[in-house]
Design a protein around this ligand. Structure first.
Ligand code: OGA
Ligand code: MN
Length: 277
């Protein structure tokens, strides 16, 4: 495939010269998976992939998560916007959580393998997306700190994230968040290939067995560590860009944009392939 690859700093790769339909075949999908494994974030500049092609590519890359929200004619596609006219009000509220560093599906037993996000409408001034590489962050921790956290376990909940994103929520909204089951994961995720990363983010509410404030302080410290500029990549969107990331090892967040912004993303996610261990 005659695409041009340019590595980004401190991680990630940018692909130019590709058009959406060229990604919908086995060979291109394998090349994409390899780039994802190697670089963590793959940016296809102005790919202009259609919804049909996005779903087809996602299916070539793995098992695709489906949702029952009915936001899009494809149950695989989520419409990421704050504009209630383009989605529904509850989803627009939940998506305030995207402004906080997080890992998609961290409250599930099997966090999602990868996320594909393509820009349908952009806001020229605002709404970049940032990624923080939690493999690099783990590898760079001082030895004694790695030893200290090696056996810790963390409770991840939707409520923990929403409480931070929507602190003024009503009792009723809070009760709804509490309906979403929470999950306990190891803080350090060891992959089958031996690589380790930190499993952190807005959903991380408490550390099992530690006093609430002690656990909170350690989680805050580690999140601050992991999201330092030396581990982070910032993407400024152009319309038609497709960004794919290894969701298991990248914290990510949207940078602020106005709730009335035209910004609209179409997203698919791949089902997790490794339990957290
Ligand atoms: C997401 C997400 C960030 C963004 O869709 O999962 O976190 O910049 N999006 O829209
Ligand atoms: Mn996300």
């Amino acid at each position: 495939m005659a695409f041009t690859y340019a590595t980004l700093k401190p991680f990630g790769v940018e692909v130019t010269g590709a058009v959406g339909h060229q990604l919908v075949n086995q060979e291109a999908a394998e090349e994409c998976r390899a780039a994802l494994d190697e670089h963590g974030v793959v940016v296809y500049r102005e790919l202009n992939i259609s919804d049909d092609e996005l779903v087809a590519l996602s299916r070539l890359l793995g098992d695709v998560v489906t949702a029952k929200t009915g936001e899009h004619r494809y149950p695989e596609i989520a419409t990421i916007t704050l504009d209630p006219a383009k989605t529904n009000a509850a989803l627009a509220t939940y998506r305030q959580g995207n402004f906080l560093w997080h890992i998609d599906g961290a409250t599930d037993m099997l966090p999602q393998k990868a996320t594909l996000l393509t820009a349908r409408e952009v806001d020229d001034a605002d709404g970049d997306t940032e990624f923080a590489n939690t493999y690099l962050a783990y590898e760079s921790l001082p030895d004694e700190e790695r030893a200290k956290i090696s056996d810790l376990r963390v409770a991840h909940s939707f409520a923990a994230a929403q409480l931070r994103a929507n602190p003024d929520a009503s009792e009723q909204e809070r009760a709804a968040w509490d309906q979403v089951p929470s999950t306990v994961h190891p803080l350090v995720w060891t992959r089958r290939n031996g690589r380790k990363s930190l499993l952190l983010g807005a959903t991380a509410g408490e550390i099992v067995g530690l006093a609430a404030d002690e656990g909170r302080a350690l989680l805050d410290h580690l999140l601050e560590w992991a999201t330092q500029p030396r581990f982070a990549l910032r993407h400024h969107w152009r319309r038609g860009d497709l960004v794919i990331w290894d969701n298991t090892g990248m914290l990510h967040r949207a940078l602020p944009f106005d709730p009335t912004s035209r910004r609209l993303m179409h997203r698919t996610t791949l089902v997790g392939e490794e339990t957290v261990a």
